[in-house]
Each structure stands twice: as structure tokens, then as C-alpha cells.
Design a protein around this ligand. Structure first.
Ligand code: SAH
Length: 242
């Protein structure tokens, strides 16, 4: 059988990988992925053929996976977090019709929003909206509109890709848009390196978050109008009346 399993490996720690994901990797002949993710899992699954491509070569990476599968290899394509959240599963399915003999299966993983929420407390108890600040594949105008409307609708916001070398001021730009609808005291949080060495979390007001520098291994949480800090944890109440 010719098959690619697209595997979300979770935020980083082996313990945060689902059993199904670990089983898929154990059963694979070849592991394909971006080198950061492949390196995270390589130690646990030795003796596998490993194929990587650089960050911007996602299409090549997917084609490589299909070509290996066509040779009869059992292929696992790894992504950080969940493969269906800013990951590779969409592209794999888009290219799938070009490789009709290859079956594709997805294995879900713990995405950064969920992994980070558990570190911060309970910020996502109510409706939330996930937005990536990367304008590599999405025009900034569209990102800005989504931020503004989500802020106006009082969603908790989770911001992925909050910064990169070329986009140092994007978190500030996003906070300024949110401040059109929320107060500077709004409870926010950030988590760096979720489930990896150097994991670090901070709960802070929106006004302060605006002037905080973050990196590409950070996920940012903006509370809604009801979100509170309780004993250092970020908590969004859900109307139980306590
Ligand atoms: N598929 C991934 C997201 C890829 S986009 C997932 O489901 O989690 C990359 C962004 O995800 C990063 O810029 C960061 O905002 C977030 N992210 C992914 N893994 C993370 C981790 N271990 N710690 C903190 N943020 C992470």
C-alpha cells in the first residue's frame, strides 16, 4: 500500500505527542519534514530514513513525500503541533490528486494554542479565534481586518507567528488594532517554547504586551473583556457566576 501519514507531533515534548502519532512514526520507513521538527523526533525513532527541506520549500517537501510513497515506502510527514493548523496537511491534500495511487491519512496533534493554554491556566474556556501574524502567504490587510473584527466580537485571540526577523513590530501593530476595542488592562499571556527546553510563560496586561518583544517560538494570548488573572494564571470565566 502506498501511503503518507501526516503527523502532528505536538509542541515538542515527547509526552505531548499522541500515541497514534508515535505509532505512525514508529511504523514509518521514511520521516519527511522541516528540519526543526524532524530533529525533535529523530532521537525517539532511530534507524529511519530522514528527508528534510528548508522552511520556504513546502511544495518540494510534499512532493518528496509523495515520491517516496510511490516507491512503496511508508512515509510519515511530520509537522509541529497539529498538521492542520498552519501545517502541511492542506498542501498534501491539494497535491494528492496528482498522485492517485497514494493514500493519505492525518493524525491530529496538540496545537500551540492548546499546549500553551494549559501552561497559562485556562484562557480558552470561551470562544476564541486563532490568527497568524505572518504575511508571507496572507496579505496584511486581511490579517488586520480579522484581528479588528475578532477584537470587536470579544473573542479571546491566539496569535501564531507573532514575530520574525523581518516582522519585528507586528505584535505591536496587532496590539494597537486590538486596543481599538479593548482596554490596556486586558489580561494577556505569552508562552515561549511550549513543551521544549526553555519553556517560559508570562501573564501581562495588553498595554505592556504591546511593548514586549517576542520571537517565532512564542504563542500570544489576548484575553476577552472578562478574562482575569487568578494567582498568576490566565483565566477566562464562562458565566458560572462564581
Ligand atoms: N502547526 C503548528 C503551528 C505552526 S505556525 C501548531 O499547530 O502548533 C508556527 C507558530 O506556531 C510559531 O510562530 C508559534 O507562534 C507557534 N508555535 C508552534 N510551536 C510552538 C511551541 N512549541 N511553543 C510556542 N509557540 C509555538
Amino acid at each position: 500500500m502506498k501511503k503518507i501519514t501526516v503527523v502532528g507531533i505536538g509542541p515538542g515534548a515527547y509526552e505531548l505527542m499522541t500515541k497514534k502519532a508515535a505509532d505512525a512514526l514508529a511504523g514509518a520507513d521514511v520521516i519527511v519534514g522541516y528540519h526543526v521538527y524532524v530533529n525533535l523526533v529523530k532521537a525517539y525513532f532511530p534507524n529511519k530514513k530522514v528527508l528534510t527541506t528548508p522552511m520556504t520549500q513546502e511544495i518540494e517537501r510534499c512532493r518528496m513525500a509523495f515520491e517516496e510513497a510511490e516507491k512503496g515506502q511508508c512515509v510519515a510527514m511530520v509537522c509541529g503541533g497539529d498538521a492542520g493548523v498552519y501545517g502541511m496537511s492542506g498542501l498534501i491534500l491539494q497535491l494528492g490528486p496528482e498522485y492517485p495511487q497514494v493514500e493519505v491519512e492525518m493524525v491530529s496533534g496538540v496545537t500551540a494554542a492548546i499546549g500553551g493554554a494549559a501552561v497559562l491556566g485556562a484562557p480558552l474556556i470561551h470562544d476564541f479565534s486563532v490568527i497568524s501574524l505572518s504575511d508571507l502567504l496572507t496579505p496584511w490587510e486581511k490579517i488586520a481586518k480579522r484581528i479588528l473584527l475578532a477584537a470587536e466580537a470579544d473573542f479571546v485571540l491566539v496569535l501564531y507567528n507573532p514575530s520574525s526577523k523581518k516582522r519585528l513590530d507586528y505584535l505591536r501593530k496587532a496590539c494597537d488594532l486590538i486596543l481599538e476595542h479593548r482596554t490596556p488592562q486586558t489580561v494577556c499571556g505569552l508562552v515561549e517554547n511550549i513543551g521544549r527546553d526553555g519553556e517560559r510563560a508570562q501573564v501581562l496586561p495588553l498595554g505592556e504586551l504591546r511593548d514586549t518583544s517576542v520571537n517565532m517560538f512564542t504563542t500570544v494570548f489576548i484575553g476577552n473583556s472578562q478574562t482575569r488573572e487568578i494567582d498568576g494564571k490566565m483565566v477566562t470565566p464562562r458565566g458560572y457566576g462564581v
